[in-house]
Structure formats: structure tokens, C-alpha cells
Design a protein around this ligand. Structure first.
Ligand SMILES: [Zn+2]
Length: 592
């Protein structure tokens, strides 16, 4: 057995998927919000029996390796390493070639260990340790978060990496080292406490550093270093794609069904240390869709807990808007008597913190209250500004039902007719063509369900679905590709079919697929269902054709084209005969 099979045998797709999403059992399989694309209802399915996954929203599918490769953005060999390490499966290292991505991770590992050693075992690190202790952090916490220290040297890390035989080019690409205009290479992080940034699965991606020399520098009249410094974007790290501490807190988020979003490293670490473990930090920059998506996958409720100053409030509003874009209404944590989460939990403790979490208001209410605080709503011009602020946020929502509800609430809050507010939002947010739900009749739905249940009947019924018949069906495209899949693969391969469908068609097909009842049906029953469906479709076709002929007759009559009228009347009579014959047959069938 080769390594691939060995890994595949040991590791269940369920455990691998659980690294990235919160799975809910659904019969024989599991479902979750897709880790690859943003969505409101789960279309990411995990099949333990086949040890595979499939998403009906974005068409991605595959085995444990495919999932890891895509999520970690790595190659196959690295995915094998990753899984072997995560699930403690011994592999023979020699069976793998060294891979580029692996090198980056190994260099980051080396840097991480260098920083850790400098914090705990160097003379200079003592100052940094004192700083962290002063911020209330315990030794166990420092270890948990793998905190470190970068010595105040130009070539501390660079000479260390050199000794280890690391390629300078790669260390530069990782942003650990910097090259200046004179081609001199030096350490990026100097004299800083290091906060390592891990991926959601605990791979070391990047570093953040807080200076411990800011105060000393200003006293000595030298240029003040930036308080915080982070790794730049690198081949393995993109700003805004990750959350600080998330690899430690995501399971707590699953358990609590909620996650708290804070701004800074120390906010995150302090709350975590105090036992409020469902927390992650956004790392200063504006919150991104990726980050909201990340949280959304693990928690049902998101709390925003930012600093209690003007900048924190502005960032909170921006984050509410960002979450509205994904139809998430966050809850907003508002505290008194402390300037930020770190200070609050250190001075008041975890119990007070939990009580605060029970008394939060939702993001939408927060917006309304802020408008009322900031603008004098009795004054029409001010009211306009307050309204604009709220409407801007509501305008980001794509879900029309939620939007409507918020507009109603906004109307009664500002005492404005909701119809007016609807009009305001209309021009910018017309639903796109592709996102209109596909309207299909019950008849068509039933037929699709039968097809999904018994694809083996496709060869027998295929000939009935000529162009004329398909043209009158809303599901024509779905049927066409369903048939094509059965013809090509001998089975229905949804990921293959999905490639050719519009978003609306995919959604509909997936709905029907997931609602499909599990109870087995007799072959004869299935055949009967199909015959009835086809009969119904043909009747619909005839009716539609008759209507079309009637229109053509009307035109021909207006043009006094007698010959054409006669010809069309003949056609019509034939159609009518067919329809009445069918009705009689049906009547006869029912009687018996
Ligand atoms: Zn997806």
C-alpha cells in the first residue's frame, strides 16, 4: 500500500472537513456552509462512505487531498505531509521530493523557533518577558500562542537563517528579511515582541511584532519605530485572509455557537486567557469578506467587540456593513469603564464579561441608535443624514426578505413611510438576472426528483425529449445535462452537471436533490410516475402549440391570407384531436 492509500484509509473526510467547517449530520452524510464560497444555506456535503465532499454551490468536489490542497493552497505532496502530520501517521520522508511551498513553511518554522528562544532564553528577552507579564499574560499563555521576541539587531534572524542554510531569496520573499537600495539585507523585526499568525489549521504563515522600544526611542530622541509591524503579503500569506488566534479558538466557537471579533492581539489573548475562548482578532486592517466567511463557517452568531473610541466605533460600523453584505447581523459589545476588551477583562474578570455578552444589541439596532445619538432627528436635514447612514448599510444586504424587514423597522424608527425607503434602495440593488430563483412547476419538480432517484430510466425516455418539448420546460437545461451525464458516465454526476448550469438552476437542482426522500420505490411505480410526467409535458406542449397557432391564425386572417388560414386550421384540428384522444386515454386509465 502506498502512502496515499495509507493516509486515505486512516483519515475520514469528516475529520478533515471538520478542520474547516462546522458539520451538521444530515442522514448518511454531513452538510455545512461551504468553505470555498459564501452562502447562507449549506451546499457543502460530506459523504463518509465515499470519503469525499462535494459543493453544489461552487462545484468543487473531491477527496481528503483535494480538500486540503484547495483550502491550504498547497500541492498534493504537501497535502499528504499536512494530513500525515495532523493525524499522526508516520510517513517515510524519503518518499517525497522537497517542494517549494514546504520550504516557505520550514523557513517560517525556523524563524518561529528563533523568536521563541529569544524570548525565553536570552538576556534581551527578559525585557520583553517583563513587558508581557506587565500586560497580565501568564507563561502558559505565551507558550500557547507561541509568542517570541526579535532581538534588537540588524542581522539576528538573518545570520541564524544563514547558519541553517536557508535561501536568502526565500526569506526575503517571506518578508522576514528586507533588502535596502544598497543591496544590504537585514531583519524586518527588530526589538519586538512577536505574535505569530497561524492558518486556521495551525500552520505558521506570518508574524506581527510590537515594539518594546517606542518609549525608549522617544526619550533618546531617535526616530520612533512603528508600534506594530506585520509581515507583508507573501507567497503563503495574504492580509485579510486570516484571523489571529483562530486556530486556537475555532472549536470553542463551534461549541458556543458564537465568535467574538476583537481588534488587537492582546485583546484576543487576554480574553482567551480569561476563559472566553471563542474569540479571534481581525488584525487591525478593515475586515474582509474572507474573514467574515471564516467566522460564519464556525459560528451562528458573531459579536463585534472593538475599542471604545471614535476609531473603534467607525470600524464597528464598517464591520456591520461588511457583515450585512453576507446577510449577517452581528451583535455589538458595548462596555463601560474600560477602553478596550483587554482592559475590560483584566479589570472586571470573565464573569462580568459573560454578563456583558448576554446584554448586547444587534448590529442593526446599534446603527439606529447611533443615528439617533449623532443626528438631531427632529431636524429634517439631520434626519436625512442619519437615514443615509442606515440605508447605506441596509443596501448592502442581498437577501430581499431581511432587507424588507430592516426597511420596515427603519421606517418606524425614523417615522418615514417604508415604501419611500424601498424606492431609495431600488436603483442600486436590482437583483441580478442570474440570482433570480428558477421558477419551475410542481410537475417538473416531481419529474426531476424521479430522475435523480432512478437515472437508469434515462435511455428509455430520452427520445421523448425533443427540442420542441424541451423548449416549454423551465428545467430544459438541467434535463439536457442530466441526460448527458448518464450517457457519458452511466450515472448522475452533479459536479459535472453543475458546471453547465446557471446559479439559479444549480440551486434548484440542489434543493430537489437534498429533499429527495430516502424511501425506496418500486420500479413499476417509478415508471408510472415518469409516464405521467411525460404525458403532462406533452399536453402542455400541445396546449402551447395550439395557442401559438391561434395567434398565427389571427395574423393570417387580418392579412386576408386565406390559404394560410386554411393550412393553420388543419394543423390546429390535428392538435385538438391529439389532445382529446390523450384526455380520453387518461380518463380510461383512471377508470381502470
Ligand atoms: Zn462551495
Amino acid at each position: 500500500m502506498d502512502s496515499k492509500d495509507q493516509i486515505k484509509e486512516y483519515i475520514s473526510i469528516v475529520d478533515v472537513a471538520a478542520l474547516y467547517v462546522s458539520l451538521k449530520p444530515a442522514g448518511k452524510y454531513y452538510k455545512a456552509l461551504c468553505p470555498f464560497h459564501s452562502e447562507k444555506t449549506p451546499s457543502f456535503f460530506v459523504y463518509p462512505e465515499k470519503n469525499s465532499f462535494s459543493c453544489y454551490g461552487c462545484n468543487r468536489f473531491g477527496d481528503i487531498f483535494a480538500l486540503v490542497q484547495e483550502m491550504e493552497n498547497i500541492g498534493f505532496v504537501e497535502a499528504m505531509h499536512f494530513l500525515a502530520e495532523k493525524f499522526n501517521i508516520p510517513l517515510q520522508k524519503t518518499s517525497f521530493k522537497s517542494v517549494k511551498k514546504d520550504d516557505y513553511l520550514q523557513i517560517n518554522e525556523l524563524a518561529l523557533n528563533f523568536f521563541k528562544e529569544n524570548l525565553f532564553a536570552s538576556e534581551e528577552g527578559k525585557g520583553a518577558l517583563a513587558y508581557l507579564k506587565n500586560r497580565g499574560l501568564q507563561k502558559a499563555t505565551l507558550e500557547q500562542f507561541s509568542l517570541g521576541y526579535a532581538p534588537n539587531d540588524w542581522d539576528g534572524l538573518s545570520s541564524h537563517l544563514k547558519k541553517k542554510g536557508v535561501s536568502q531569496e526565500k526569506a526575503l520573499e517571506l518578508g522576514l528579511l528586507i533588502k535596502n537600495d544598497n543591496n544590504r539585507v537585514y531583519d524586518r523585526f527588530r526589538g519586538r515582541v512577536i505574535f505569530p499568525i497561524f492558518s486556521e489549521t495551525g500552520t505558521i504563515l506570518a508574524f506581527g511584532g510590537r515594539t518594546v522600544f517606542a518609549d525608549a526611542a522617544s526619550a533618546a530622541n531617535t526616530p520612533k519605530p512603528a508600534k506594530y509591524l506585520n509581515s507583508p503579503d507573501t507567497p503563503i500569506y495574504k492580509k485579510g485572509h486570516h484571523l489571529f488566534g483562530f486556530h486556537l479558538s475555532k472549536n470553542a466557537m463551534k461549541e458556543e455557537k458564537a465568535g467574538i471579533l476583537v481588534e488587537g492581539y492582546l485583546d484576543m489573548i487576554s480574553l482567551y486567557q480569561a476563559g472566553i475562548r471563542h474569540v479571534a482578532a481581525s488584525l487591525g486592517t478593515a475586515l474582509t469578506e474572507k474573514q467574515v466567511h471564516l467566522l460564519n463557517r464556525f459560528c451562528a452568531a458573531i459579536y463585534i467587540f472593538y475599542d471604545r473610541d471614535a476609531a473603534g466605533e467607525t470600524a464597528t460600523i464598517r464591520n456591520i456593513e461588511k457583515m450585512f453584505e453576507q446577510n449577517v447581523n452581528p451583535r455589538i459589545v458595548v462596555i463601560e469603564g474600560a477602553k478596550d476588551p483587554d482592559e475590560y477583562v483584566r479589570s472586571k474578570g470573565a464573569k462580568a464579561m459573560r454578563e456583558i455578552l448576554d446584554r448586547t444589541e444587534d448590529g442593526f439596532k446599534f446603527l439606529l441608535n447611533k443615528a439617533a445619538r449623532e443626528f438631531k432627528l427632529q431636524d429634517p436635514a439631520q434626519k436625512r443624514k442619519g437615514l443615509d447612514m442606515v440605508l447605506q448599510a441596509i443596501g448592502k444586504m442581498s437577501d430581499p426578505i431581511i432587507r424588507d424587514d430592516y426597511l420596515q423597522r427603519t421606517g418606524s424608527f425614523f417615522k418615514v413611510a417604508p415604501e419611500l425607503l424601498h424606492l431609495e434602495l431600488q436603483p442600486q440593488k436590482e437583483p441580478e438576472n442570474g440570482s433570480q430563483p428558477l421558477k419551475i412547476s410542481l410537475m417538473e419538480e416531481k419529474f426531476l426528483e424521479t430522475l435523480l432517484r432512478a437515472p437508469e430510466i434515462v435511455p428509455e425516455i430520452k427520445e421523448f425529449f425533443n427540442e420542441d418539448l424541451l423548449a416549454i420546460l423551465a428545467i430544459r437545461n438541467i434535463i439536457h445535462w442530466l441526460f448527458a451525464s448518464v450517457e457519458r458516465f452511466g450515472e448522475i454526476r452533479l459536479p459535472e452537471i453543475n458546471k453547465h448550469l446557471s446559479a439559479a438552476e444549480k440551486a434548484r437542482l440542489h434543493d430537489i436533490f437534498s429533499q429527495k426522500t430516502q424511501t425506496a420505490k418500486e420500479r413499476s411505480e417509478i415508471e408510472k410516475d415518469v409516464v405521467i410526467s411525460i404525458g403532462n409535458f406533452q399536453k402542455k406542449l400541445l396546449t402551447s402549440k395550439t395557442r401559438q397557432i391561434n395567434q398565427e391564425i389571427a395574423v393570417a386572417e387580418r392579412e386576408h391570407n386565406e390559404a394560410r388560414v386554411a393550412q393553420l386550421m388543419k394543423q390546429k384540428n390535428e392538435f385538438m384531436k391529439t389532445i382529446s384522444r390523450r384526455s380520453r386515454e387518461e380518463h380510461f386509465e383512471k377508470e381502470n
